[in-house]
Design a protein around this ligand. Structure first.
Ligand code: S3P
Length: 172
């Protein structure tokens, strides 16, 4: 069982723009594992970024492919996988990840997160057309969904390397 745990893939969850990809890459490097970014996999499949998939096919199609790709990837061993911020809204995705992987929730407070919004607003379809209050609402609605799931990692005022070291250090 211990060996099995050691071989499980690591999954990073959290709100969009908290650094799942950057931190995931750093963790993968430290552990000599492959890194998989689910958004990138979806983008490869469609040959277009999530924003264009949402616009052309609708969110439901994006979510369906997101689920398929996560189901496939989470069963691989010894990977570091970063999920899109909306993935955990799907119960089936939660169940798949809970059963097969070690999950870390990267938590950034709203105060810190809102400074990044300018970097995200153009590329993230779920932010499009929303005002600040609506975005804060989305943030608050999603937070408890991530919080239910395992190790919370505070990322406020932390360098990427520090967060990655913390994750690696907390593996058993
Ligand atoms: C989404 C987050 C994005 C991407 C898509 C939908 C969301 O990923 O999957 O735009 O619903 O929060 P990031 O968390 O990498 O931004």
């Amino acid at each position: 069982n211990k060996i099995q745990l050691k071989e499980q893939s690591i999954v990073l969850i959290g709100f969009m723009g908290v650094g799942k990809t950057t931190i995931g890459q750093a963790v993968a490097k430290k552990l000599y594992r492959d890194f998989i970014d689910i958004d990138e996999e979806i983008e490869r499949r469609f040959q277009m970024p999530p924003k264009d998939i949402f616009a052309k096919y609708g969110e439901a199609v994006f979510r369906q492919h997101e689920k398929e790709i996560i189901s496939e990837m989470c069963h691989k061993k010894l990977k570091v996988i970063s999920l899109g911020g909306g993935a955990f809204l799907q119960k089936e995705i939660q169940d798949i990840c809970l059963a097969a992987t070690t999950i870390f929730f990267l938590d950034l407070t709203w105060d810190k997160w809102k400074d990044r919004i300018g970097l995200l607003i153009d590329s993230r379809p779920v932010l499009q057309g929303k005002n600040m209050d609506e975005i804060k609402q989305l943030f608050d609605d999603r937070q408890p969904i991530y919080e239910q799931h395992h190790s919370r990692v505070v990322t406020d005022d932390q360098e990427v390397e520090e967060v990655a070291d913390y994750i690696v250090g907390s593996l058993k």
